[in-house]
Design a protein around this ligand. Structure first.
Ligand SMILES: Cc1ncc(COP(=O)(O)O)c(C=O)c1O
Length: 455
């Protein structure tokens, strides 16, 4: 299997070998027991779109001969995403080039965030694209401490401005606004962007975009404001949830990740910008890309040939506003139900208020009461038990909850401590109340079995 076959093998034999040796070990994220992420990728319309995109083999780098109709599906999808978030769309008749659309489709949140950082860099120091970085000290980026996603820091290194993330303390998984204000004042002139998470990668707490905007803009109106809404896009689907992202349209750019939150198969992300023309600042020219009005290859940094990723989402959006609202509201109400089940349980402690679909919690050994200011050795023991629970869960493979490091930002056990919780995610429509109760029993049983080993 590891050596390139010398002779050609018939397709039947290859398929048989795949089915026997590879497929059984693939994860099944659409299982209602896979509760760690919920990138289910199983919306039927969107799967149909994925297949059609494979079979039609369009290339979104050019339009005229490469993707004569696909390009306009991509334009429609970008407009729909903008509309959902609340960004104004120009009238269709005014969309005469790719620079009028106000967004780009990419393969993932990491690429979208990297393109946003390029926009921020060009906004701060125009023509850095061509002249190179001259004064690296001016490209600082403010991020929330301990809850940011690595893609921003990676992007800063990739685009050559150096890892200049300025971390600001948080409270309850949102910026401490007084500290944010102090940081913006202290580093005035040296900041190119401030990042807000509409749904961070751990607890999916949604930042208050308007408050962050007001604090930053009052001090420096030139700073690029970027929202990472890879998870928070769902809040835009429902009138009941939209208040969570109030102010998002004041931000200069927004990353969304439909492959995380819309049951769209991998991979699909988009970067949307407040002012469509800003994309000109990161456009590149090549005589190998058609110099034509609708060639998306001109406006998408890092990506050349690009499949018809957007077709999956075009199909999925056939659920309409009502379907999207139901999807979002169902998840959030399921997350609240899971939180209520945790709260009834003496050995399990919830670590935040669920804004979206994620609920992070921790198992407490029998002799430890949940109270603020627990001593360090208790925290170490709690973490050790939870890490073992996660390891055993992975080894057994019956259930999956995710694990990561998390600051105890609500001071439930010890302010400032780093915890290793478990995380439930309510993205899967097949996850029922019975599954929730069963996984809670499973975790508490494992915790009880394993806590004795750790003193
Ligand atoms: C908040 C956030 N931003 C960006 C990313 C990166 O997205 P992708 O994995 O699609 O590149 C993630 C991935 O988990 C994320 O949680």
């Amino acid at each position: 299997m590891y050596e390139l076959p010398r002779e050609s093998r018939p397709l039947d034999a290859v398929l048989e070998s795949f089915e026997r040796t590879v497929l059984p070990l693939c994860k099944n994220e659409a299982s209602p027991r896979f509760l760690g992420f919920g990138d289910t990728g199983d919306d039927p319309a969107s799967l149909a779109g994925g297949l059609l995109a494979l079979f039609t083999q369009q290339n979104l780098i050019n339009q005229s001969f490469d993707s004569p109709s696909a390009t306009f599906v991509e334009v429609a999808v970008l407009r729909w995403l903008r509309d959902l978030l609340g960004y104004a769309n120009p009238p269709v008749a005014d969309i005469r080039t790719v620079w009028d659309v106000g967004g780009m489709i990419t393969h993932g949140g990491t690429t979208s965030n990297a393109a946003a950082m390029m926009l921020a860099r060009e906004h701060k120091a125009p023509e850095t694209m061509h002249g190179g970085v001259r004064n690296p000290g001016q490209f600082g980026v403010i991020v929330p401490r301990g809850i940011g996603h690595y893609s921003i820091k990676s992007a800063l290194t990739w685009i050559g401005v150096g890892d200049q993330a300025i971390e600001v303390d948080t409270h309850a998984f949102r910026y401490d606004l007084a500290r944010l204000e102090r940081a913006v004042r202290r580093h005035r002139g040296q900041i190119m962007a401030v990042i807000a998470y509409a749904g961070d990668s751990r607890t999916q707490t949604v930042e208050h975009p308007r408050r962050v905007h007001d604090v930053v803009r009052a001090i420096d109106p030139r700073i690029w404001l970027h929202v990472d809404a890879c998870w928070g896009l769902v809040a835009a689907f429902s009138d009941q949830l939209r208040h969570l992202i109030d102010g998002i349209t004041e931000f200069d750019s927004v990353t969304v990740d439909p492959h995380k939150v819309m049951a769209v198969p991998y991979s699909l992300s988009a970067l949307l910008v407040r002012q469509p023309s800003s994309l000109r600042t990161v456009s590149s020219y090549s005589d190998l890309i058609m110099q034509e009005d609708y060639a998306f290859g001109q406006v998408t940094p890092f990506i050349g040939t690009k499949g018809w990723l957007s077709l999956k989402l075009w199909m999925m959006l056939s659920h309409g506003r009502a379907g999207l609202a139901a999807l979002a509201e169902d998840r959030v109400s399921k997350a609240h139900r899971f939180a209520a089940l945790l709260d009834e349980h003496p050995r399990l402690l919830r670590l935040h208020e669920p804004d979206l679909a994620a609920v992070a919690f921790i198992y407490l050994p029998n002799d430890i009461r949940p109270e603020p200011s627990l001593p360090e050795q208790h925290i170490a023991r709690i973490n050790a038990v939870n890490q073992r629970v996660h390891k055993r869960m992975l080894a057994e493979g019956t259930w999956y909850l995710h694990q990561f490091s998390l600051p105890d930002d609500h001071a439930r056990l010890c302010a400032g401590a780093t915890l290793y919780p478990l995380r439930f995610m309510a993205n899967n429509p097949r996850t029922t109340e019975a599954h929730m109760a069963e996984v809670i029993d499973y975790v508490t049983k494992l915790g009880g079995d394993l806590e004795g080993d750790i003193r």
